[in-house]
Design a protein around this ligand. Structure first.
Ligand SMILES: [Zn+2]
Length: 339
């Protein structure tokens, strides 16, 4: 009994000495079968079971190994759907999140769960983004005039694009002109719409892109899969890319280097209003974590930020910061005069 269980691969704690190895394969039966006369009455009565199954008792060990190999082969086949199991784990996590949201658990726990989900996704996303970047630019076939101009080499910098006034309608344009673009997932959220069959859940991602040197883009994307939502958001962020006017607007500094914003700027989105105040060199980013990510990608280093309204709403807050940076080019200063 024990030998049978152990042989089947079930991890049972046992004393090795208690199992006689050749008994497992039935070698003792084979030996006994050989000692008897194959035609005798004793033989047929003793081995009636084997004979009914058309197994000769003398060849029992070979038969056992054959059957065992078959079982092993089949169990390998059974193990294959492991991949599906992994996917369902992700699904389970998502379901858990959905459930907890429904149960209206505490805000902190909700946040923790969301962050956990986002972190997992970000790691996977980073790998995918690198793969995508190398493949998509090479196989890119431009569909717009601007795209063709860039592929022909007539436009070689993003400044020319903004001076030309042409609209960026393909995200590959930005990838081609700003090769050192960095991506950051700002927020991933579960959103639902009501259908006749209940709620339809989708994920909404907010992604910021920037080269840490004066260009920033922010975009959102929705999809039923988190990864697809992030990809959509990343593409949208590229289309939204804008230059940020940098300067030294602080009276405490006056160095004239582009380390901050040249003047106070205000941005709004939804119920959020933010004010970016230029600061002296060495100050750093005096802002919340979300704002720091966006401001860092934009390439400004020293500023204060004041925010008003529903700043807990991360998407609105992020877009308000983006709006403020965008508005840095709304005002024409003396430095912009062309003489
Ligand atoms: Zn300065």
């Amino acid at each position: 009994m024990l030998s049978g269980i152990v042989d089947a691969g079930v991890p049972v704690p046992h004393d090795e000495g208690r199992i006689v190895k050749n008994m497992v394969k039935g070698e003792h039966i084979a030996k006994y079968g050989k000692s008897l006369d194959a035609g005798s009455e004793v033989y047929s009565s003793k081995f009636s079971r084997y004979l009914a199954e058309k197994v000769s008792p003398e060849k029992l060990p070979e038969h056992v190994t054959k059957v065992k190999a078959e079982i092993d082969g089949r169990s390998r086949l059974i193990q294959k759907p492991r991949l599906r199991l992994k996917l369902s784990l992700r699904l389970r996590l998502r379901l858990r999140l959905k459930l907890r949201l429904k149960l209206r658990l505490s805000w902190v726990r909700k946040c923790r769960l969301r962050r956990k989900l986002a972190r997992r996704v970000v790691i996977k996303h980073d790998i995918k983004a690198k793969q995508r970047e190398t493949s998509s630019l090479e196989t890119w076939v431009p569909r717009t005039r601007l795209g063709r101009l860039i592929q022909e080499g007539k436009i070689s910098s993003i400044d020319e694009v903004f001076l030309s006034g042409l609209k960026i309608s393909e995200h590959q344009i930005v990838d081609a002109l700003l090769p050192d673009l960095q991506e950051e997932v700002i927020n991933v959220n579960l959103v639902q719409k009501q259908t006749d069959a209940g709620e339809k859940s989708r994920f909404k991602a907010i992604v910021a892109v920037g080269n840490r040197d004066g260009y920033i883009g922010l975009g959102g994307g929705k999809a039923s899969q988190v990864r697809n939502a992030i990809e959509k958001a990343a593409a949208a962020a590229r289309l939204n890319i804008v230059p940020v006017k940098r300067g030294c607007g602080s009276w405490e500094c006056g160095c004239g280097k582009p380390h901050s914003v040249p003047f106070e700027v205000e941005g709004k989105c939804g119920g959020v209003r933010v004010v970016i105040v230029p600061g002296p060199r060495g100050l750093g980013l005096v802002a919340s974590e979300v704002a720091k990510v966006i401001l860092g990608l934009a390439g400004v280093k020293d500023l204060w930020m004041r925010s008003f309204g529903a700043t807990r709403t991360v998407p609105s807050f992020a877009f308000a910061v983006f709006d403020a940076l965008k508005k840095s080019y709304n005002l024409i200063t003396q430095a912009d005069w062309v003489r």
